[in-house]
Write a protein that binds this ligand. Sequence first.
Ligand code: CA
Length: 395
Amino acid sequence: MKRLLLATLLMVPLMSHADPKDDAFALWLEGFQTRAKATGITDETLAVAFKDVTYAPEIIEKDRNQTEFSKPIWEYLNKAVSDDRIRDGAKALEDKEELLEKIEKTYGVDAAVVVAIWSLESANGRVRGDLPVFRSLATLAFDARRADLFSAQLMVALQILQSGEAQLSDMKGSWAGAMGHTQFMPIAFIAYAQDFDADGRRDIWGDDPTDALASTAAYLARHGWKSGEPWGYEVTLPDQFNYETSSEVVKKTQAEWAALGVTRPDGEPLTGSGKASVLLPAGAEGIAFLIFENFHAIESYNTADAYVIAVGHLADRIRGGAAFQGTWPRDERVLTYDEKREMQRLLRDQGFDPGAVDGIMGPNTIQAIRLWQKAQGLPADGFASSRLLDRLRET
Ligand code: CA
């Protein structure tokens, strides 16, 4: 009977839609369900999870247009570290003081950073996402761009549903299938979610954020968070700074950076133990940061520099820290795909090998830019700006 029901469900899109994409999706979903059954997922779970699941083109649209990657960093930070978010975060830190202190003590992660992630991921729980997770993940798993990643997430989502830890009605989230107060993907949920209120269920979805906030602290702790250390902070670079050392792979102690003339804009001494890198998210014309291991712990949540800086800075501001002193090159803009390829072609034609002309500003392209900048007597920050493209066109 169940088998028949499943077959009927699969036949509906096959017979009733004219769009060949829907047919291909239905066929793919049939194959995926066969693979899921081989791992122990029951017909019953599959019938519940995929009952109303169809291909969702709007999900693919979102996947192609992620704002933290397509906007200049200063536009992203304006929204991510707004006065409203700072105020709401400070209030959350006060209202939930007892819980957050307990979480901080248990996992060794700064409560303000946990609150900052809560703010950026769901506006402190107000926007947890209401898209059906199985529809989003199935669409992304069917799509070729990151099929393996999302197939794995979809398989684990089925395990969560089958385990009874969540009901189908719980499993709502963002377009990417991230769920609850701090937007955990299914694999992160399985690996890191915490039952902090000890009621027998890891509930990251409900109105009470206790489990979700503890889960985020646990996630950061497991990704290398160093208790009591900074994520990073704004620095001022000396006039003669060697911009070739502004790279995540160049790591020095704060004493070594201080000896090279790196200072803090407020004149305070450099702090933090362990090795740090100089990061210039908008090149030599923008704000400079010294970043520590905790930067990379936050990076495990979302790899965009803009996101990590937003989390760290929002946490600092929630604690009453100062706004950035430096300025961004606000007349700059993010290069288009075609402009990035043009830049790579121009570099190659002038004898600076950027690797493949693929529109991706990877290590080879950054290195080619640095060498070209050096040859021109410019600060070798390796940053692909529109000004740089203009200069390349003129030479
Ligand atoms: Ca619980």
